[in-house]
Design a protein around this ligand. Structure first.
Ligand code: NAP
Length: 307
């Protein structure tokens, strides 16, 4: 494949940056990839794993001369990192990010950027419960959506170049308003994670059921909750702190539905339960038919690194 950027700087060298580095290298999409992470240990590991070509001790050094800078740090660190790189950015560079929340990230990052660079925020809807530089793999974005949320009056050529990069890493690319993105993701990802965290916490607190019983007799549903609830605590803390409004809106609706089902169980209203489960089953079928998941017993979630 042809090179899309001469020099790319990845700030943060965990699951997402590591996967981007490997995917870009595999397809020859960047001339040079420079990386920076907060700790020296991560920088050394990233270099040893070949996620990037070189590493720098500061984010400002890493972005010097870069044509594309991608902020791959937790949402809560975006502000600090943007403040540090702002004065060091090359004229005409594109700055992007991979944060799971978009409106707040734009609010945090944009004020620090000079008007000589193009800001094109993005969110790859791809991940695993693993984090850190060892978790990255080149195929992570294959067949998954990446949403671009360009700011008003975004430079079209810069947006198109970034779209090409994500497409070349195997992603399907769409464009959305940041607020729309945050609402959609609160339904499809953020609140489901909160529910998983809650349910696994309930099982942990329940003294009448032993840990051994929970582990031995967990069914597909609970096992899947534990996988989701094993996700990175820093990342998810930051998601809820920074997508507050949409999450609280969807959580309110969820609680109302839950009370409705609770009442149906108490009253023995089988029709209501049956109708509800029939409606939700159709959504699951839609997801499988759209190719986003599989009907296999393990939900197709066995490790996929070698796919
Ligand atoms: P991760 O594996 O935990 O990696 C985070 C990286 O950021 C680490 O290398 C960390 O360095 C670095 N970092 C943290 N604070 C920093 C700072 N102040 N300056 C420089 N580097 C800093 O995280 P991830 O899963 O790749 O997530 C990164 C971003 O992608 C987040 O914004 C997240 O919302 C988004 N995202 C995640 C997923 C997912 O499923 N994981 C999916 C889509 C998008 P050290 O190791 O040295 O601490």
């Amino acid at each position: 494949m042809t090179q899309i950027y001469d020099k790319v700087a990845l700030i943060g060298l965990g699951l997402i940056a590591g996967s981007m580095g490997l995917a870009m290298k595999k397809a020859g999409l960047a001339g040079t990839i420079v990386g920076h992470a907060k700790s020296e240990a991560t920088r050394t590991t990233a270099l040893q794993l070949g996620l990037v070509d070189t590493v720098c001790a500061t984010a400002a050094e890493a972005v010097a001369d870069a044509d594309l800078v991608v902020l791959c740090v937790p949402v809560g660190a975006m502000n600090t990192v943007a403040a540090e790189i702002g004065p060091a950015l090359k004229v005409g560079a594109t700055v992007s990010d991979v944060g799971s929340v978009k409106a707040r990230v734009i609010e945090m990052v944009q004020p620090h950027l000079p008007n000589t660079v193009h800001f094109v925020p993005a969110h790859p809807i791809a991940g695993t419960e693993n984090s850190g530089p060892n978790a990255g793999f080149a195929e992570l974005f294959m067949g998954k959506w990446t949403i671009l949320t360009p700011v008003p009056n975004a430079n079209e050529a810069a947006t198109e170049q970034l779209r090409q990069l994500w497409a070349a890493m195997g992603a399907k690319v769409d464009v959305m308003e940041p607020e729309r993105h945050d609402l959609v993701l609160s339904v499809t990802s953020h609140v489901p994670h909160l529910i998983a965290y809650t349910m696994v916490g309930v099982a942990d607190d329940l003294e009448r059921v032993t840990d051994k019983e929970v582990i031995e007799f967990s069914t597909g549903g609970f096992r899947d909750f534990t996988r989701i609830a094993a996700s990175d605590p820093t990342m998810w803390r930051d998601v809820f702190l920074n997508n507050k409004e949409a999450t609280l809106d969807i959580l309110g609706r969820f609680t109302e539905e839950l009370f409705d089902l609770q009442r149906a169980i108490r009253r023995g209203d089988g029709d209501q339960l049956f109708d509800h489960f029939t409606r939700t089953r159709a959504i699951r079928r839609g997801i499988v038919e759209a190719g986003h998941d599989t009907s296999a017993d393990d939900f197709g979630r066995a490790p996929k690194k070698d796919d």
